[in-house]
Design a protein. Structure first.
Length: 444
């Protein structure tokens, strides 16, 4: 496994000497395999290694999982970070527990590791499950491309391995791991595919995971090629102020869909969903000469006859006191502050956080960012400008993001999270703050 990991990392250019790599470790076999293989290879790779664990609060054994990972890291001198959440309570009405857990986990990882690489323990088996799951629900070529080996700062250094390789390596190295009892149930679609569908496929081809991983790589390469062609075609539809609707509509259907996707990303919709594509398609194809559509994050596109153009950037937020407790409505956002109370669950997500009441007792106001604003994160002090760049927040939207300022500095920022100095600890008197974005609309 160590040799295979080194070869895979180098072939895909995942890690460079001097990198800091934070491993996302649940305590299960895959993540323990990844952590140990990187630990064994750290000198040859020339990296600094750390471990991050997120307790989802979904199982009675979750506290024991966190203690297990902490003890393993302490034994081997690996820096350890732990986050906590209540996924069941935090899940949005339109998402499953599985999706909510993923969203909160990645938000924690980006906060815990503001710099360097984040390694997740996705394997070839995970990729097979993902492709099958997307196939049953309907997916584009991009979706059938499976799990990418790299996405921004996130890397998958054991994506080449299947479950048999993982278990054999752990047994040979004597590395312990925890077992998630929910994996033996049919509580979610992924589990049902893992438990009932994949065993049938393996009877036909024991190497099905490797075969689908190879197919995924091919599909991702072809998807990247088509996306590049769409960008070239979109350049032909560009005007000084936006894009020509008739030129976009005239594109080949394959390229047209990708062009719409690129337009949404250009105006700040980082991961356009199908409903966003349909909304933009209606706008571009509408016979109405004047229409507009709003998208997540405050992005707005308007149509005036043949011209599709981004609306002006949202106005900056004037300093506004936040009532504690109370609810404040701002352009594009609603901010709710709870009654001060002893923190049972400490939140530190991009849109929900628990702040120490003693540090905001004298007042908390919401405003736009200012030159020189900085936050203290686990990796050190960072400027808001750099944090927003790292999180790929479009420059046109940064001035309208709520910044929560206290007398002694920035307490939290929407889309980023809380400053470490203001973040409450369990049992401390705290105020829970939730920031909700305005939903997208389509106006004829």
């Amino acid at each position: 496994m160590n040799r295979e990991l080194l070869a895979f990392v180098r072939a895909n250019g995942l890690i460079a000497p001097g990198d800091r790599v934070t491993c996302a470790v649940s305590g299960g076999p895959d993540s323990m395999c990844m952590l140990w293989a990187l630990f064994r290879s750290r000198d040859e790779l020339g990296i600094t290694l750390a471990c991050a664990h997120y307790d989802h609060g979904l199982r009675e054994s979750s506290a024991a999982d966190a203690a297990f990972v902490r003890d393993f890291c302490e034994k081997h001198g690996i820096p350890f970070l732990c986050g906590h959440g209540d996924v069941a309570a935090e899940a949005r009405p339109d998402e499953s527990i599985e999706l909510a857990a993923r969203r909160l986990r990645y938000a924690f990882l980006h906060t815990a590791a503001p710099e360097g690489l984040i390694a997740t323990a996705h394997t070839a088996d995970d990729n097979l499950e993902t492709v099958l799951l997307r196939l049953t629900r309907g997916a584009s070529l991009r979706g059938l491309g499976g799990i990418p080996v790299r996405r921004g700062r996130i890397i998958r250094p054991i994506l080449f391995a299947d479950r048999a390789q993982v278990l054999e390596y752990l047994a040979r190295e004597g590395v312990p791991f925890r077992t998630d009892e929910t994996n033996d149930t049919d509580f979610c679609p992924r589990n049902r595919i893992r438990r009932h569908v994949i065993p049938l496929l393996r009877r036909e081809n024991p190497n099905v995971a490797a075969q689908v991983l190879s197919l995924s790589r091919t599909l991702r390469a072809e998807d990247a090629y088509l996306s590049a062609r769409a960008l070239d075609a979109l350049d032909g539809a560009r005007t000084p102020d936006g894009w020509s609707c008739s030129a976009v509509n005239a594109l080949d259907p394959v390229l047209r869909r990708r062009a719409l996707f690129a337009i949404l990303q250009a105006v700040g919709v980082a991961e356009p969903a199908e409903r966003h594509m349909e909304l933009l398609d209606s706008l571009v194809s509408s016979p109405d000469p004047s229409a507009r559509a709003s998208f997540p994050g405050g992005a707005v596109l308007t149509r005036c006859y043949d011209l599709l153009t981004p609306a002006d950037a949202p106005a900056a937020l004037p300093p506004t006191p936040l009532p504690i407790p109370g609810t404040s409505r701002l352009p594009g956002f609603t901010i709710t502050c709870s009654e001060p109370g002893a923190a049972q669950t400490v939140w530190n997500q991009p849109d929900r956080f628990s702040l120490r009441f003693d540090l905001i007792r004298s007042g908390l106001c919401v405003r736009s960012r200012r030159t020189g604003d900085r936050m203290q994160l686990p990796g050190g002090s960072r400027s808001l400008k750099r944090l927003m760049i790292d999180r790929k927040i479009p420059a046109s939207l940064r001035g309208a993001l709520p910044v929560l300022a206290a007398a002694d500095g920035i307490a939290a920022v929407a889309g980023v999270g809380a400053d470490q100095r203001f973040l409450a600890q369990p049992g401390e008197l705290a105020v829970e703050i939730k920031i909700e974005k305005e939903d997208e609309t389509y106006d004829e």
